[in-house]
Design a protein around this ligand. Sequence first.
Ligand SMILES: [Zn+2]
Length: 809
Amino acid sequence: MAAINTNSLDGLYLSNYTDTDETIKRIATTQMQAYHARQLFPCFDEPGLKAVFNLKIIHKTNYTTVLGNSDVANVTEFADLEGWSVTTFNPTVPMATYLFAMVVSDLEYAEADGGLFKVPVRTYAPPPVVARNGATYSADIAAKMLAYFDTYFATDYPMQKMDSVHIPHFSAGAMENWGLNIYREAYIIYYPGESLESYKNLLTSVVSHELAHQNFGNLVTCKWWNELWLNEGFATYISYLGVDGVRPEFRHREWILNDAFQYSMRVDVSARSHPIVNDAVTPDEVDSYFTGITYEKGGSVNRMTEKFLSEATYKKGLQYYLHNMSYQGVVSDDLFHYLNVAAQEDDRLPAGVTVKMILDSWTLQKSHPLVRVSAEGPNSVYISQERYADPASVDLWWVPVTVVTQDAPSLENWVPKLWLERDVPIKSVVHDTSKWIMINQDATGYYRVLYDEGLTPLIADQLRRNASVITPLSRSQLLDDYFNLAYRGNVEIEAALEFTKYLEQEDHFTVWEVIFTQLRQAYNFAQTEDEHSAIRNYLAPKIRPALEKIGLEQNNNVHIGALGILRTKLIDWSCALGDSFCVDYANKLYTEWGQDVNKILPIDIQASITCAIVANNGQAGFDFMMAKYIATPMQNPSKVRYLNALGCSRDAGVLQTLLGMTLDTNSQLVRSHALSVIQRVAMNKQGRRLVIQFLKDQVDRIISILGSGSPSPVSSILSSLSSYVSTQEELDEVLKFVADHAAKFGVINGSINSYLTTIRSNIAWKVTFGKPIISWMGENVSINNSASYANPSLAVFVSLVTAVLRCVN
Ligand SMILES: [Zn+2]
C-alpha cells in the first residue's frame, strides 16, 4: 500500500472540512480515474480489465464513517493496536480499477425514504451541512433517478447500496465510483430556500449523469480510453432522460439542445475539436479526451440515433447491449451491433445500411455537415451536404433528413424517409418553392442547415405571421445556425438578424437562450450612448411580452424549473437593458425593502434586482446596498450578491469610492472580497475606464495589499477587463499600463499576452459583427418611444452564473 497523498488530489489523498466548532476534521478519500489506482495498489490499471475487490481498512476507531464500493460486512477491533478498528467490506462485483473508491471520515448522512429505491440511498456530507438539511434533496433525487433508470433499462443491476459523498476540495466535479459517487459541494449540496433554481438544475443533472454511469461506464466499460464516449457520451445523454423522468419541470429533453447540441457544435469547429473516437495512449492524451466532444457531442450523436431509430428501438438496442455486455470491456462495434439487431427487428434502416455504417461516419471524424437546401426549379429542391469546418478532409456523413413544409408543417414520424449518403451527398425532393420548407425538425440530426436566398425569407415570413407553426426547437436551431453561420462568414449577419424580427411572439426558453448567447458579445461591446440605445430600443420590446406572459411578480408555484430559469434571464436582460417595465419593478421591491428590513428578495432574481437598484438609485441606492452587505453574515449567499450589486452603480464618483475601499484596510469590505469588487466594476460599462486608471495609479498598492499570489491580482483584473474591452483607445491604455509596469509582474507575461490577444480579437469582432448588428438594430427599432427606457449600462450578469464548469467525470 502507498502512503496517503497530501500534496495532490488523486490516488488516496487527504482532504478536510471545518466542523461546527471551527475545528478542522480530516477525511481520507480517493480519485482513481483515469490512471491513479496504481498509486494505491499494484494492478493492471486499464478500464477494460475487471476484478473483484476484497477490501479491509484498518483505521482509528473514532473515524466512524468508513465507506467502500460495497457494503460493510463487519467492523472489529484491531488486535495489534488499541483505539484502531478493522472495517471489512463485502466483495465487490467485477469492476475496473478506476472505479475503486474508499472514504475514512466522520461524515454524517441523509437517507432517501426507504420506499423510493430498493437499496439504501444516502448522501454523506460534513455534519454542519447535514444539520442545515443540505444533503436531503440529493439523496431523494438519487433514489428516484435510480428507480427510473431501473425501469427504463430493465437491467438486473447488482446494487448493495448507493452512497453519494460530498468531499471538500475534490479535484473532479463528480466521480461515478461503483456504489460510492463522490462530488464537490456545488454538485451535491442543496439548501432548500437558499439555493438558486439554476443551481438545482445543475445539481440534478450531475447526479443523473453519475447514476447513468452505473450502467454506462460501470456495468459496461469502454475497453480503452480512446472510446471514452461509450461512458461519457452515454452518461451525458442518459442524464437528460433521467432528469426528464423525475424532474420534468426542467424540461431536459428540450434543454439538451442548448446545453449539449449547440454547445458542442461550437467546440466542434474550434481548434480544440477531435473525432469522438481517437487514439489515446499517454496519460496526457487520456486526460485530453474528457472534452465537450466526448461528452456533449457524444451525447448529441446518441440523441440523433434515438430519433432515427425511434425511441422504442433505441431503448431495446441499449437493453440488448447492457444485458449481453455486462461486466465486460466494450468497443463501439459492440454497441453498434446490438443497436443494429434492434434496428433490423423493427425495420428502421434502409436496405443494406447498418448502424455501424452510419455511426462510424459520426464518431471517427471531427466536425459535422453543413446541409444546404436550395431551389432546383419551381417544383423541387435539392438537399446537399458538405464539410462545415476542417475542409482539409473530403469525407462526409450518413445524414438523416426529416422534412416539414408550409402545407405539412408537423412531423408524424421521426424515422427519416431520406438519407444523404456518404457517397451520394445530394438528393432531390419535390416541393413547391413558393412555399417554405424546413429540414431536420427539432434539430435531432447533428448538423447545421442553410437555406438559399429564395427560401430563407419564406421562413422568416412564417415566423412573423405565426411563429408557433414552427416548433420551438426548430426555431431555436434556425437562429443558432444562422448566427453561427454568420460569425463564420457563410451568410451576412443581417440574414440572422432578420429571423429575430418575430421575437415579440417568443416565449420558449431554448430560443431565448440562443438569443442571449449570440447577442451577448454585441451587447457587452456596445460603448457609446447611441450604441446602447440601438440595442435597447430593438431588443427590450422583444423581451417584454415574454416577461409579461411569464410574470414579473414572483410566483413560487409557477416559477420553477426551466420556466423559473427563463424568468431569471429575462429579468436580467430587461433590467440591464433599462426597460422601465423591469426597472420599475426593481424600484418597487427597493421601496418595500426599505420599509421592511426583514424582507428578502426572491433568491432567483436577487442578482438582477439588487444590481438594478444600485444602478438606478445613485448614492442612496449604493448606500442602501452597502448597509445590506455589511449586515449580512458571511455564510449567507445573499452577501455576495449584495457585494456584486455595488459594482453596478452608474455614478463615476460612487465607483471611485468603491474602488478606493478595496485598498483601504479599514473599510467594511471583507478583505477576500476586494479583488472581486474591482473585477465587477470592470464588467460595468461605466466602470471600465475607471478600473484601467485605477490600475495605472495604484498598481504598487494593489500588489502589496491584495497579494502577489498566483494568479496575481493585476493578472485577474486584466483578465476581467479583457472580456469586455473592445475599443482601440482602451487597448492603448492597457498597453501603456503593461509597458510601464511589466517589470513588476514579469512572471505572468504569458497570460498578459493572451489577454491582449483577446482584446485585439474583441476589437476585430466589434468591427466585423458588433457594429453591423448595432446599426441594423438602429434601423429596425421596434418602438419610437424611448422615453420609458433608462440607459442600459450594466453587464448582463446572470449569464456568468450559468457558465457551467464542465469538469464532471
Ligand atoms: Zn461522466
